[in-house]
Design a protein around this ligand. Structure first.
Ligand SMILES: NC(=O)c1ccc[n+]([C@@H]2O[C@H](COP(=O)([O-])OP(=O)(O)OC[C@H]3O[C@@H](n4cnc5c(N)ncnc54)[C@H](OP(=O)(O)O)[C@@H]3O)[C@@H](O)[C@H]2O)c1
Length: 332
């Protein structure tokens, strides 16, 4: 065990695009667990778009990261010391342990995971929060029926890739929207979507061609011009789970959606959701997702960056679409 704990702190609140200088990397002592506490050594750190919001000082559904605090984030790690009866040295856990090598926990934010069931990295992706997000948003809000057309943006990413595969299993026509030919080829050939559109091309025309019967469910991950183009193709009573709008997270001036008026005449239901509001459904979702991964019916892709010191650069890359699948940082 190294004597020191490496940590990434929030150094500045960015305006517009995040910069590497908005983070500070420091060394501190490895903390010592007190009564009831567990010391976790993080093995993988998940980088997620929501972290951009935690860097801001504004009203949100979750607390912001304070300046000088360790950046918030989910990890998978191993218990290296335990003074809590529920955990033993050697347990593998999913934790909210932040951008650091070691963290203390009282156990309440730890979830024991089975390293023999699926690769441990997947507990941060397809069998973790992003996978559950896809499952909740699609099933609870999207409610697709066999034969309907489902469109999902950021289709090769952690959430979008699962959305499309779940919708396909329900007998839907599934169309992805992704950035670039390589991601689009993966979405169709590997994930089994019916079509995939490059959002950097002429989106309205490509969307019309790929959705000849219109759109019944649009799983929204990006916002901006993509949402505007999709609205024009929506069928009566279409459902739009508003999962995220990553195109707006670094925008100084937000994009004004032009075609929202269509939602009235088409009686479209747009509903935002946050996955952590649906904790009672997590076990069911995680079970189904783990089964799918084990059976090979749910495929996934990961971009693994080596070393915590490279996390800030990888996070900026995620916000710019440089990741291909779930963005992780390997810490060991
Ligand atoms: N509501 C919730 O509880 C919840 C939970 C988890 C995630 N989310 C949201 O779900 C969305 C996807 O998250 P994820 O973890 O799966 O990330 P991800 O899709 O793995 O990665 C982000 C992707 O967003 C796309 N993107 C970035 N900027 C874009 C732009 N300007 N226009 C179009 N696409 C852009 C890029 O893909 P391309 O290269 O394909 O464009 C990039 O790879 C995010 O909006 C996130 O905030 C919500």
């Amino acid at each position: 065990m190294p004597a020191k704990n490496l940590q990434v702190l929030l150094a500045n609140r960015p305006t517009g695009w995040v910069k590497e200088s908005d983070f500070r990397i420091v060394e501190s002592d490895v903390p010592v667990p007190g009564d009831g506490q567990v010391l976790v050594r993080n093995l993988y750190l998940s980088l997620d778009p929501y972290m951009r919001g935690r860097m801001n000082d504004q009203r949100s559904y979750a607390a912001k990261v304070e300046l000088g605090q360790v950046m918030t984030g989910e990890t998978v790690g191993e218990v290296v010391e335990s003074r809590n009866g529920k955990f033993q040295k050697g347990d593998t856990v999913a934790a909210r342990a932040g951008w650091q090598h070691y963290a203390l926990s009282d156990g309440n934010d730890l979830r024991k995971v089975d390293p023999s069931l699926v690769p441990i990295s997947t507990y941060l992706g397809v069998v973790g929060m992003p996978g559950v997000t896809a499952w909740i948003g699609l099933n609870e809000i999207g409610q697709p029926k066999s034969g309907e057309t489902v469109v999902v943006s950021a289709a090769s990413g952690a959430v979008g890739s699962v959305v499309g595969q779940l919708a396909k299993a329900k007998g839907c026509r599934v169309v992805g929207i992704a950035g670039g030919p390589e991601k689009c080829a993966f979405v169709v050939k590997e994930l089994g979507f019916d079509a995939c559109i490059d959002h950097r091309g002429k989106l309205p025309a490509a969307l019309a061609e790929a959705t000849p019967k219109g759109i019944d469910v649009y799983f929204e991950n990006v916002g901006g011009e993509v949402l505007d183009a999709v609205l024009l193709r929506c069928n009566p009573f279409a459902r739009i789970p508003l999962c995220g709008m990553i195109s707006q997270y670094n925008a100084v001036e937000r994009y004004g959606v032009r075609n929202l008026v269509v939602a009235v005449g088409m009686r479209i239901r747009l509903q935002g959701f946050i996955v952590s509001d649906h904790m009672p459904r997590w076990p069911e979702a995680l079970k189904e997702l783990a089964q799918g991964v084990r059976a090979g019916t749910i495929k996934y892709r990961e971009t693994v960056t080596q070393g915590l010191e490279n996390a800030p650069r990888a996070f900026i890359g995620l916000l710019k679409g440089e990741n291909f699948g779930k963005q992780l940082v390997k810490l060991t």
